[in-house]
Ligand binder design. Sequence first.
Ligand code: DGL
Length: 263
Amino acid sequence: MKSNNYPIGIFDSGVGGTSIWKEIKSLLPNENTIYLADSKNAPYGDKSKEDIIKLSIKNTQFLLEQNCKLIVVACNTATTNAIKILREKYPIPFIGIEPAIKPASLSTKSNVIGILATKGTLNSELFEKTSSLIKQQITIKEKIGTGLVELIEDGKIDSIEIKKLLTAYIEPMIEEKVDCLVLGCTHYPYLIPQIREIVGEKMQIIDSGQAVARQTKNILEKNSLLNFYKKEGKHQFYINKNKQVLELLVSKNENIKVIEKDF
Ligand code: DGL
């Protein structure tokens, strides 16, 4: 088998990165994928940079053992804290995800944008670097989404607890004239219906999922790594916790394995 037909590896601290997997599958239907949910160690957002790097290396090793030809770090927290190290350490292409504050800054009319993300992302050097350029023209209202990842990992997506947290985090942004809300965590696209209930049509909701899928395609093309078999790709999921929520988000019919060993 030529490396073109090897799978794309995707990892996240948990199930949220499946929002990115869906975009990749839709744009690149012939590609095989392997998705790794490190749910046992979620959330990454409150961990130290060192711990996030260690976990990202562990996840990368796992995907490399399965012959992945490219790795998508489908986690803003892992990207903003660890992708530089991963790129230095491994010879394959890595695609990362960062909060889409730049597109939001081009789209805003009120010149005030909001971002909901983890503490790890908002405190990272990479986010600081990107946002400092934008802050010269645009006001950015940053909010840490404390508790949201845990509730999503527990499958409580449509719960009162989630609605209360989202209201507390986002409602003040309406007063602050935010007209573009950036979802800076790959778990949050699953909350778009609940966010819409709070903000109505007052805000544009922006996430980076489609941009990541497009970038994945570009990099595969550039490296002559696109799968040349014109048949539907195969998908494999691994999780180191129970698999119910993953089944709920991607489908019971997908091939989902629970990692039993200490991982
Ligand atoms: N999906 C991860 C992200 O994009 C969640 C991080 C976490 O586990 O706190 O940031």
